[in-house]
Design a protein around this ligand. Sequence first.
Ligand code: PBG
Length: 327
Amino acid sequence: MELLQRSRRLRGSEGLRRMVRETRADASSLIYPMFVVEGTGVKEEIPSMPGQFRWSLDRLPEKLEELQNAGVGSLMLFGIPAEKDEVASGAYAEDGIVQRAVRVCKEQAPDLYCITDVCLCEYTSHGHCGMLKGQEVDNDPSVELLSRTAVSHAAAGADMVAPSDMMDGRVLGIRQALDAADFATVPIMAYSVKYASGFYGPFREAADSAPAFGDRRAYQMDVHNRREAVKKALQDIEQGADIVMVKPAMSFLDLVREVHDAVNVPVAAYSVSGEYAMVKAAAEKGWIDEERIVGEMASSVYRAGAHIYLTYYAELVAKLIAEGVVG
Ligand code: PBG
């Protein structure tokens, strides 16, 4: 055959495939999400997320060291308080679980970049991401508490804050509150394109944060919407977001690309708890090759346009990047 173009010519060896690879990743783009709890001596496995744990603060340094040894330079903290109430007091308490965890991180591993998730759902007795008025989540008073929460994280030493609540105007509220408290240099990574997704199931078990009634569809995005994703990302940037996030990742990679093309700030993608749980479960049954799947998921996220990747598999992805399997 007289074929002038033969695609297989560039696929002939591993070295050549790597030379012409279109997507390259760096472990510095990885963020590891993790859960901290009250108590001592706790390293409790999360049933629906085998290999992921809830850590008490005295044992947290073990994990920090593991992350650093694996070449993962950033983490995102989620707190599980001992007590929850209507107004999410634990979210913005100076000695709240996340605030103390941040101090431990900064003392034990000052080089690890410490990001905090800013939301109320882990701290409210009703499990919603804001304050209630009747059966509804009341937007503006919620923004006030979220802003207070973000400032308390920054005061504890958080390097960056990441609001995940999906209230309107929270990025503006948080930016103004941080600036007023002299934290103008603390960046905001906004969960801008966050869908009302079934993929968060295992997280809600991990954080004990499932809503007591109803669901989150009145504030998180409808999975059918695409143009709204771009609108939300642009809106958050106007309000002061330094980084915008798309979440979940796997089923929403079209939005990662869409947002990547529409904005001029870094884009993050979050492979959420349900993505992790599905891979783990299938791997445990021997139905898939875990490393291979995790590598493929990571490469797809970067290929879609993400600059930053949040994943419970951060350590494995760092290893795969070092081996050249990813990126
Ligand atoms: C808090 C929050 C959630 C996740 C991140 N921040 C849960 C939710 O919105 O219900 C999900 C993360 C995951 O599933 O891994 N609002």
